[in-house]
Design a protein around this ligand. Structure first.
Ligand SMILES: Cc1ncc(COP(=O)(O)O)c(C=O)c1O
Length: 324
């Protein structure tokens, strides 16, 4: 990997190092150290990628001495949808899963920004390639995290790997196996000195980033691919649309985006739980707009961070306090 990209990646805590195993995790009804949470080598999900997962952020607010989980309920709602696609069972309703999350964070006594990873998977020791009649397992772990993608202006590259389409491996579900598609594309972007990849759909329209949704601004209009463009229906995407409407009076247009529209757009940015709001200042070697972070992206990012961290009191329903 090119050294400048490698250096940049090391800045992002999530990518540089292995997750410590000393923290508390949760597996099938029991809290245990991550080092003690195991699966069999014969586990179906390990062999075939038949798992679903979520990525949830919690933001530490030092002034308030509080850790806020961001959009906890919505993540388990989406996880339930992903599980329907893969015929997986979750071990309780969304209230139960939220309680497990809060207890996990309290046990770890986090006083920093963290990432929570719930995982449901075909736990059966079976080589049967199918989805039915296979036992489900469930686990969760959490760890401190910084930025997953650079937020100071990143470079993106269109992937030669197409986004898996809904009639192949549905991107709508957050399915463990489908992240092979992302890994191939992101590696390609890194090899080309870029930070993030841009997927095209099978019919050649812009879909999303490797691990984030994509927005562009053209002539003052905020535009993003529709949910039928083989995207993960991002929770941060919904946050961005809400902030754009409430803060900037902008209604987001959901429509197909051509690749070359990104070359002539005024602004492009990615958003996601990991990515947060990550401005994109280069696409395929061309500067976006004037090559600097644009005003709409900047404002949406500022409001996103303020609300998620609880510095801005709006949308209290999006934050769940961990400590009493
Ligand atoms: C492929 C992909 N698209 C989009 C997103 C953004 O989704 P969310 O905002 O719900 O995290 C993610 C995850 O962060 C992702 O992995």
């Amino acid at each position: 990997m090119a050294s400048s990209v490698h250096e940049k990646l090391k800045e992002t805590a999530a990518l540089g190092t292995e997750i410590p195993e000393t923290g508390w995790a949760y597996q099938d009804g029991v809290f245990k150290r991550l080092a003690d949470a195991h699966v069999s080598l014969a586990t179906h999900a390990l062999n075939y990628g038949t798992g679903v997962f979520e990525g949830i952020r919690a933001y530490w607010n030092a002034g308030q001495e509080q850790l806020y989980v961001f959009r906890l309920r919505e993540h388990f709602e989406r996880m339930r949808d992903s599980c329907r696609i893969l015929r997986l069972e979750l071990p309780g309703d969304n209230r139960v899963l939220a309680d497990v999350t809060l207890e996990l964070l309290r046990r770890n006594e986090f006083r920093t920004d963290v990432y929570v990873r719930p995982l449901a998977y075909k736990a059966a020791r079976s080589i049967k390639v199918a989805l039915h009649d296979l036992r489900s397992g469930f686990g969760m772990f959490a760890f401190p995290i910084g930025a997953y993608l650079p937020t100071s202006g990143l470079a993106a590259r269109t992937a030669t790997w197409r986004r898996t389409s809904d009639d192949a491996i549905p991107a709508r579900g957050k399915l463990t196996g489908s992240y092979i598609n992302t890994a191939l594309a992101v590696d390609e972007a890194h090899d080309a000195e870029a930070d993030e990849s841009i997927f095209l759909t099978r019919d050649g329209h812009v879909s999303e980033g490797g691990s984030a949704n994509l927005f562009m601004v053209r002539d003052g209009k905020l535009i993003t691919p529709a949910v039928t463009d083989d995207i993960l229906e991002g929770i941060t995407r919904d946050v961005v649309m809400t902030i754009a409407r409430e803060e900037l009076g902008l209604t987001t247009i959901e429509r197909p985006i051509d690749r070359t529209e990104l070359f002539i757009a005024d602004e492009v940015f990615f958003c996601g739980t990991g990515a947060q709001v990550a401005p994109c200042v280069r696409v395929d070697g061309r500067g976006v707009g004037d090559g600097a972070i644009g005003p709409i992206t900047r404002r949406i990012g500022e409001v996103y961070f303020a609300i998620a961290r609880g510095d801005d009191p709006r949308h209290a329903e999006w934050r769940t306090a961990v400590y009493r």
